[in-house]
Design a protein around this ligand. Sequence first.
Ligand code: HEC
Ligand code: HEC
Ligand code: HEC
Ligand code: HEC
Length: 388
Amino acid sequence: MRRTALGIAALGIAVFGLTLMGSIHRGAAGDTTPGGDAQAGKAAAAACTECHGAKGIGSIEGVPNLAGQHAAYLAAALKAYKSGDRQDESMIDIVAKLSDTDVVNLAAYFASLPPFAQAKILAKDAAAVPVDEADPFAAVKEATADCALCHGDDGNTDTPGMPGLAGQHAPYLILTLQAYRDATRGDETMQALVADLSESDFEDMAYYYAAMTPRRAETPAVGDAVAGLAVTAQCVNCHGEDGNNKDPKTPRLSGLDAEYLATTIAAYKDGSRAHDVMRDAVLAMRQSDVQDMAAYYAGQEPKALSIRKPLTTAEWVERCDRCHGQGGAGDDPRFPILAGQAGPYLAKTLKLYHAGDRANSMMQAMSFPMGKSDIQKLAAYYARQRTP
Ligand code: HEC
Ligand code: HEC
Ligand code: HEC
Ligand code: HEC
């Protein structure tokens, strides 16, 4: 899986971002602008208007505006399509016919047109999501409203038999949600609940619960915690002495409900929850050991994970603007103008970077910890920006 290191990336992104910023020396605007003959470019542009519009502002969903974009960026984009570094079915045949001279002429022509960053704001962009949302978890809280009925608002529950999710490792939570979806983990309620969720919903929910502060479930004990300590010797390597282990794919057990722990260990033992490693670990356990271990881990104090809270849109924008200029309308030709770019194109593009399908190390580092709702909000935000 491409994003197994997501948690680490989320933590490291601030540092990585700074390193990237450090390696960029902002040159004078225009210093990499290719010379080009806009007049000659205009003639060649007849082949482009069908999709990009007569004046470099298109109306087809998924097609970027070109008018007033930095010439150097346009030329670089065309070359990237030509070399195959950037792949798109609509552009592939078009660029095959272009010479290097055509490329710089077309770039000069589209750059010279009245900029999209000054065009009228379209109704659909004007109506987009507001940027100043104070709680970055607002969307995921809404999406997990049904989950809260059983797992608690913040993933802490005091219902016997119910696993708490707060402070659980996100990669483990994602694995288990996938297992319910693929029906390799059998619980009909959970299987039905995740059936309509996407991978990015899994990620959003998993990171939300992982970031919540866990507390011990206030549920009845099922065994003898002191006796439990003696039998957990074979568990500590993986689950940690106090059940707050670090491996992101191994669940933390500290403070979980004792009944849930006992039923789950029994399920590994009888094979109804299939997992070879866990089956081997608990196969020889007596029923009383199972209950004592459950009581032991249930009594441990859970520790919060240090998951960085997701950024608000305003905090994201502050980072994006460091390269793309204020409101995405910067004049450094290495960074494309985002202000006024078509919203659906921006969203599509951010998803490509996020998935690694459009290669650019700077943008991939930026978009790595983003959720689906961040992408929608940032696309809407930049689509609405204008320069006077
Ligand atoms: C059949 C429709 C179509 C035609 C014709 C077409 N384009 Fe495109 N163009 C697209 C689409 C769709 C994209 C976005 C592709 C992507 O996501 O990489 C695009 C992207 C681009 C980009 C990248 C812009 C950016 O912001 O990164 C440039 C530059 C470009 N086209 C220039 C041209 C030029 C110059 C012509 C004419 C020679 C042309 N296109 C003809 C559909 C078309
Ligand atoms: C009707 C009650 C109920 C609702 C609603 C519910 N769950 Fe569950 N959930 C359970 C039960 C019971 C289990 C334990 C099932 C098992 O043993 O596999 C569970 C297990 C899980 C697990 C695995 C935990 C672990 O430690 O392995 C995750 C993750 C999870 N649920 C997430 C969710 C999410 C996300 C939602 C909302 C989309 C949700 N649940 C809604 C009852 C519920
Ligand atoms: C070699 C590593 C390893 C050892 C040793 C081990 N576990 Fe696990 N344990 C795991 C992994 C990995 C999972 C997740 C399995 C899955 O996805 O079903 C797990 C899952 C669990 C769960 C389910 C937690 C949940 O939230 O659903 C419980 C309970 C558990 N282990 C208890 C124990 C106990 C008690 C012992 C000692 C007797 C033990 N484990 C030993 C690796 C280990
Ligand atoms: C470290 C500098 C840097 C930062 C910070 C940055 N970008 Fe970029 N961005 C770039 C570069 C360089 C490109 C051109 C890369 C390419 O050609 O694929 C780019 C391209 C883009 C594109 C594609 C534009 C087009 O016309 O195809 C979008 C959309 C974008 N960035 C949005 C963002 C957003 C949103 C943020 C903040 C979350 C952001 N960028 C932060 C450097 C940066």
